[in-house]
Design a protein around this ligand. Structure first.
Ligand SMILES: [Zn+2]
Length: 408
């Protein structure tokens, strides 16, 4: 066994330990007293329910993460990758079909093995706490549609990248990067038009006082907004959301029907004002450029290692290949992507404050505060998270921090 093999095992073990410790620290705070500013988010019975939900999820999360960890480690140590690789090699020796089958078997295999966990989470836990609206039919159809989409989109991208590698050798990363850039921009523009309709129904927001209020706000801040859609999020979950997508003429706002049911009109406009804030403060462009830059760096580093047989052999296969090196690289690079993830989270939390400030300045702070409280209540979110957990995982500041900022 090579030194890289032990490095991979060490990385997997350390990641598991860090995550488990963070979860534990966070869970220990569930019973902390609720800060004064948040005392009206839940009443006492609701808060008890919220804490029970979080404790259930904590215990279940510990079970699933331990299971996945042992599965991955066992698969690696007992030669699972070599076994799949040899199986695939009996069918074809062509790099592209070989890689597609290799990843297909591993992904669908792990999805089937972990299926009972996601089934239990949706139909037992989420159901028990009243979130789940998914039928079994929708649940399995979602799985199949998801697989098909990964097979087509992921398969296409993977084939192209390996093809670039065959054509350009180590310079494949430049072509791959261009491909990812085109794909990302395409998805940004057409995600709502092409992908969302496969899973949900979207209808234009009806004329009425809500639409009038939204349009009045948009006009007031000089924001061109022609597409406001309502999505049937209630088909799957009671959790509410709103988001922006696209740029220029293609940009649109999507409101979950659950948002419209739970919030009053002022609150919805305040949530939108926050989203417009992201747009106006150029956060969307920043995120897009940052993620493209990170992808470029990752692909460049990948190009330095992809030809090194040691990276393939590190996952226990006997014959080096592009697909084996890709998995070895993905694990070896994960501590670095962990760090870039932390930096992105840091920026994201900063941007949330800026978007909140924008909503406060151009609309009002109070309806945003009440809407954040309602949304937190609906998703039974954690009012007392551990600061280390927030630092590592939160892309948004805590509810308390946001409210204190809005009141300032
Ligand atoms: Zn935001």
């Amino acid at each position: 066994m090579s030194i890289l093999f032990y490095t991979i095992v060490t990385i997997l073990v350390l990641q598991f330990i860090i995550e488990t410790v963070l979860d534990y620290l966070n869970a220990k705070r569930y019973n902390d007293p609720v800060p004064d500013e948040l005392s009206d988010v839940f009443d006492e019975t609701e808060y008890k329910k919220s804490q029970a939900y979080k404790k259930t999820n904590y215990r279940f999360g510990l079970l699933t993460s331990s299971f996945s960890f042992l599965l991955t480690l066992g698969f690696l140590i007992f030669g699972g990758f070599e076994w799949v690789d040899q199986m695939v090699r009996t069918v074809t020796e062509q790099p592209i079909p070989m890689a597609l089958m290799f990843f297909g078997i591993i992904m669908i295999g792990s999805d089937i093995i972990t299926l009972p966990f996601s089934y239990y989470s949706t139909f037992v836990i989420e159901e028990k706490f009243g979130f789940n609206k998914t039928t079994k039919g929708t649940f399995f159809m979602d799985k199949i549609k998801g697989w098909l989409m990964i097979a087509i989109v992921g398969g296409l991208i993977m084939s192209l990248i390996i093809w670039f590698f065959q054509l350009a050798g180590s310079y494949f990363w430049v072509y791959a990067w261009a491909l990812v850039a085109v794909f990302t921009i395409f998805m940004n523009l057409f995600y709502s038009k092409l992908i969302v309709p496969m899973f949900n129904k979207q209808t234009p927001l009806e004329n009425g006082s809500l639409k009038t209020k939204i349009e009045a706000f948009a006009k007031n801040v000089g924001f061109e907004l022609n597409n406001i859609f309502v999505i049937d999020g209630s088909k799957r979950s009671t959790k509410a959301n709103a988001y922006f997508s696209g740029f220029g003429k293609e940009k649109r706002v999507t409101l979950y029907d659950t948002l419209i049911n739970d919030l009053d009109e002022e609150e919805i406009v305040a949530v939108l004002a926050h989203e417009v804030g992201h747009y106006k403060k150029k956060h969307i462009i920043f995120n897009l450029i940052a993620s493209l830059a990170l992808t470029g760096v990752t692909l460049f580093v990948l190009s330095l290692f992809i030809n090194n047989p040691a990276v393939s052999i590190a996952i226990g296969v006997s014959q080096p290949s592009f697909h084996a090196a890709l998995i070895g690289f993905a694990i070896l690079y994960s501590p670095i992507s962990e760090i870039t993830g932390l930096i992105m989270n840091h920026f994201s939390r900063k941007f949330e404050y800026q978007a909140d400030d924008y909503a406060k300045d151009t609309y009002a702070a109070l309806p945003l505060i009440t809407s954040l409280k309602k949304l937190s209540k609906n998703s039974l979110s954690n009012l007392t998270p551990h600061p280390a957990f927030v630092f590592m995982h939160y892309s948004h500041p805590t509810l308390l921090d946001r409210i204190q900022n809005l009141k300032r």
